[in-house]
Design a protein around this ligand. Structure first.
Ligand code: GDP
Length: 534
């Protein structure tokens, strides 16, 4: 199957076997369960459940995690790598907040494909729809898993129609469910003419797979009860007549999604999905950058930071920058150029994330995600190269839409608060502004829930209770322009000026009128609602 890159024959086999993807779903559809089964079949862990068990042990340490759990927000495992057959899968976690954070969008810039998990009884839910639209912006290929078929689900055609209509994407059935709920016995594999039967007795066992010579094969009668068989034959015939056949190119272009039906908790349908990711999912794709695109097969190593996470290990106040390798063959100890600062960095202790554990990465290839522990030099959007001044593009930064003031519960702790806030600003968890006049800080976020998350994290990770309060400002604009013009604006508008965590000047206001006035009075200045992340 490594003959998959007819367009890019130069792709080394090590790169061609990589599949880097994220799971998009609505909370409760089964993302965690499916992830566990991926890891189980990927041999990364012995028994499904370990991820969760470990995760939970960790979660109990922290009320923040408790809050995540209570609200159905998934804990960020960030990135996991495992082998499956001849493939190396890199699964990047999308934070499942119902209030969107920028993190979610950025995660999707680091993957080549997405697996969309839907609940067979609920169909396309709001969060799935939103995430799907982000994938669509990048034409990401999408493979669909319809989960919980062991429960009462909707009719198969209804599910497929709903996806086609709500998401405006062609759907092609890769498998067809036989029965549903208590009667669900398995699926007919439409691509390989096999019967896959679910093992209800042992949830971690892979289903029995039986080679079938088409639906009329008399063998079918041995396994499928007569009413179900009749329905199956009818439905498959209709599906073949009415629904588009699988077109791998169209899948790669993001216009068609193959759908597998299954039950993650029963380990059913998961292997077929994994085979599908290997077979129909894209290999590492070229990365947009200035002044030129980066091809994965280039000899030289390049990569970019799409996520920064602080305090992953409460004992070590380290930060880990998650880097997606865009090209080349990375070896531990390599010196890479940090393009923004033009400084060399020796990458001596990069980590790979195998299941829930970290491991030193001796080597990695384009498509892989490595974690680089650092003290804050690496920021979201940064590019690493072997010397060339390339800048990866397309990592979004969002305008903070909600502003609030924040103060330490204990005024003596203002300095500590500043440190905590700066760290979260670096992670991209919030925008933080220090007003030029007055005390305290102003925090800007995209969704209201982020204030709460931030408050809990500051309290937990820094032992600092904080108070959020209404801010006199509602909008923030970064000020760009020649030095003198910026100074002039600052001096004349001190009440409105703040500095972000990089020390860049921000104009704060509650009136659009003020913004219009600045634009009019300072022709050399431009105001922008987002800060470019590079
Ligand atoms: P997430 O919020 O998307 O990560 O969902 P989880 O994986 O935590 O699953 C949500 C709930 O659905 C849990 O109680 C799971 O045990 C359950 N669940 C997951 N997959 C299945 C399935 O195939 N069948 C049934 N009946 N329940 C499932």
């Amino acid at each position: 199957m490594l003959d998959q890159s007819p367009n890019r024959p130069a792709l080394p086999a090590e790169i061609a076997r990589r599949r880097t993807f994220a799971i998009i779903s609505h909370p409760d559809a089964g993302k965690t369960t499916l992830t566990e089964k991926f890891l189980l079949f990927g041999g990364a862990i012995q028994m499904a459940g370990q991820v969760r068990a470990k995760g939970e042990a960790r979660r109990t340490r922290s009320d923040f995690m408790q809050m995540e759990k209570d609200r159905g927000i998934s804990v960020s495992a960030s990135a996991m790598s495992f082998d499956y057959g001849k493939f190396r899968f890199n699964l990047v976690d999308t934070p499942g907040h119902s209030d969107f954070s920028e993190d979610t969008y950025r995660t999707l810039t680091a993957v080549d494909a997405a697996v969309m998990v839907i609940d067979g009884a609920k169909g396309v839910e709001s969060q799935t729809q939103k995430l799907f639209e982000v994938c669509r912006l990048r034409d990401l290929p999408i493979l669909t898993f319809c989960n919980k078929m062991d429960r009462e689900a909707r009719e198969t055609f209804e599910i497929i129609d709903e996806i086609q209509e709500n998401l405006a994407i062609d759907v092609t059935p890769a498998s067809w469910p036989i029965g549903m709920g208590r009667e669900f016995i398995g699926c007919y594999d439409m691509l390989n003419d096999r019967l896959e039967l679910m093992d209800r007795a042992d949830r971690n066992r892979v289903a029995e797979s039986i080679r079938i010579d088409g639906l009329d094969d008399p063998k079918m009668e041995q396994y499928v009860p007569p009413q179900l068989l009749e329905k199956l034959r009818e439905e498959v015939e209709m599906a073949r007549a009415l629904l588009p056949a699988l077109n791998p190119q169209s899948v790669l272009e993001g216009h068609m999604t193959p759908i597998w039906f299954g039950s993650a908790i029963n380990s059913f349908g998961v292997k077929e999905l994994m085979d599908g990711i290997g077979r129909y999912g894209p290999e590492p794709q070229p990365q947009s950058a200035t002044p030129r695109q980066i091809a994965p097969e280039e000899d030289k190593v390049t990569g970019f930071v799409f996520k920064v996470q602080a305090n992953m290990d409460p004992k070590h106040r380290d930060r880990v920058a998650f880097v997606r390798l865009a090209s080349g063959h990375f070896m531990r100890g390599m010196k890479l150029t940090h393009v923004r600062s033009k400084k060399p960095m020796a990458i001596t202790n990069p980590v790979l994330f195998l299941a829930a554990d970290r491991e030193l990465a001796e080597e990695a290839w384009a498509g892989d995600i490595i974690g680089i522990p650092n003290h804050g030099q690496l920021r979201i959007g940064d590019t690493l190269t072997e010397g060339e001044a390339l800048k990866v593009t397309g990592i979004p930064s969002f305008a903070p839409e909600l502003l609030q003031g924040v103060r330490a519960g204990d005024p003596m702790k203002a300095k500590h608060l500043e440190k905590a806030l700066m760290q979260f600003a670096e992670e991209g968890a919030a925008k933080v502004f220090k007003p030029m006049i007055g005390s305290g800080f102003i925090v800007g976020v995209v969704g209201a829930l982020q204030f709460e998350v931030l408050g809990s994290r500051i309290e937990l990770e820094y032992g600092l209770p904080v108070r959020f309060e209404a801010s006199q400002f509602t909008s923030a604009r970064w000020v760009h322009g020649p030095r003198e013009a910026v100074d002039k604006l600052v001096n004349a508008n001190k009440q409105h000026i703040g500095y972000d965590h990089d020390g860049d000047v921000v104009y704060l206001t509650r009136l659009q009128w003020d913004i219009d006035r600045i634009v009019r009075d300072y022709p050399e200045i431009t105001l922008s609602a987002t800060k470019e992340m590079m």
